[in-house]
Design a protein. Structure first.
Length: 255
């Protein structure tokens, strides 16, 4: 049974019902778990963890966390699932991001072209590469879940995917980037107050938790410069995020 091999966890917040319907149609042969954050927004990572727990408790070998702004096709998903079945435990997805080597800020790279799957197969991320698999579409093996317990929830949103990827690599699991035919991520780069707040706060949390000592020292020494840069750009929400990190206010921001 396919639903015993893999489950899909869709995390939603005020979703477009037609987009969600098309996604569930593409995933029709697999078990789909929808965690809706609309009424009580607990954050992307905590909501994803709820779905992951349900999937693995039901016996899934793989669980895939999916953002609500993803377009999928049945053909592409079936090929992707076969790739999972042929590979060992790890974290797999079509989009990978980079970490700046000096600061460990995240930069989401482009997804692989659809032809890469047929021509190259899965692309193994080297152990020493500063890369992570994007949480917009992230397949997580049961063994990874058992070793890491999923996303670190105090982030609320942003940086939880990089955090999990780094911890999985440290636990000995590979990261693999795999193109998915028909995959589209309709993300926007529009700035908003919450995004700027969480990116600034959670970057420092990520550095404190997992970055090498030289990166930690670098960020500490440049904190005045970081604050000045945000002030010059009029990015006052980022300044609030840094302040809340300094005072230990994590999770969902208090407004």
């Amino acid at each position: 049974m396919k639903d015993r091999i893999i489950s899909f966890v869709i995390v939603t917040y005020k979703p477009d019902k037609e987009v969600l319907r098309r996604m569930t149609v593409a995933l029709g042969e697999y078990r789909v778990i929808v965690i809706d954050n609309t009424e009580h927004n607990i954050g992307y990572g905590p909501a994803a963890n709820q779905g992951l727990k349900k999937a693995f408790e039901a016996g899934a070998t793989w669980a895939v966390v999916v953002n609500q702004d993803i377009t999928l096709t049945k053909t592409g998903i079936d090929k992707f699932v076969r790739t999972l079945e042929d590979g060992g435990p790890g974290i797999v997805g079509p989009e990978a991001g980079e970490l700046d080597p000096k600061r460990w800020t995240t930069v989401l790279a482009s997804s692989l072209p659809a032809v890469a799957l047929a021509k190259e197969g899965p692309v193994l991320v080297p152990d020493d590469a500063l890369l992570y698999i994007s949480g917009s579409f992230m397949a997580i093996h049961r063994n990874v879940w058992e070793a890491t317990q999923g996303f670190y929830e105090p982030y609320f949103m942003y940086y939880e995917d990089a955090d999990l990827s780094i911890r999985a690599k440290k636990a000995g699991f590979p990261l693999r980037q795999v193109a998915i035919e028909g995959f589209r991520h309709h993300a926007t780069n529009d700035k908003n107050n919450d995004k700027e707040y969480y990116l600034a706060r959670n970057h420092l949390l990520f550095v404190r938790r997992l970055a090498p000592l030289p990166v930690k020292i670098h960020e500490l020494l440049r904190i005045s410069k970081t604050l000045a840069e945000h002030h010059q750009q009029g990015n006052y929400e980022a300044i609030k995020g840094i302040g809340d990190f300094a005072t230990g206010r994590l999770g969902r921001r208090i407004t």
